[in-house]
Design a protein around this ligand. Structure first.
Ligand code: DAT
Ligand code: MG
Length: 155
């Protein structure tokens, strides 16, 4: 089995609720993701703007960058077979009300506050996972992980 990496982030609205933070951490473990790295951090507004540059000009951009730099976040590098799509499935759709309607058991449906304050982030492809992991964990080398750590998790 080939392990895939993804970036998962618990956003400031969820980190602000200690029991929710705990529940989301448990959900990661219960779904058999390997926690490769984990980091608590706070973004400056400029970090937020850089990370979401693709959304510049959209009506929600200001509130998005404001929100993402409003308080602590927790970022994880997760590994699993099909980690990218599995984490996205657990999160549910971007928009909270759509999530509640179409997939009520997902994280965003259950805990999201609004379309912007939607509890979690997950990479949407292995290419964006690579870019986003480098953004959050600049000291992390995928190559080094593949050589030195990944073999220990082979079944
Ligand atoms: P996702 O986080 O599901 O990958 P995205 O990449 O399209 O969604 O957008 C990034 C974030 O921007 C999203 O998590 C919340 C915010 N956002 C996206 N679309 C929005 C909308 N229509 N209204 C408010 N916020 C939105
Ligand atoms: Mg996205």
């Amino acid at each position: 089995k080939v392990l895939q990496l993804t970036l998962a982030v618990i956003k400031p609205d969820a980190v602000a609720q200690p029991l929710l933070l705990e529940a989301l951490h448990r959900k990661i473990l219960e779904n058999n993701f390997i926690i490769v790295r984990r980091k608590d951090l706070i973004w400056k507004r400029s970090d937020s703007e850089r990370f979401y540059a693709e959304h510049k000009g959209r009506f929600f951009y200001q509130r998005l960058v404001e929100f993402m730099s409003s308080g602590p976040m927790r970022a994880y590098i997760l590994a699993k077979e099909d980690a990218v799509s599995h984490w996205r499935e657990l999160m549910g759709p971007t928009k909270v009300y759509r999530a509640r309607y179409t997939s009520p058991k997902t994280i965003r449906a259950q805990y999201g506050l609004t379309d912007t304050r939607n509890t979690t982030h997950g990479s949407d492809s292995s290419e964006s996972a690579e870019r986003e992991i480098a953004f959050f964990f600049p000291e992390f080398s995928v190559q080094h992980w593949l050589e030195m750590e990944e073999p220990h998790f082979r079944m």
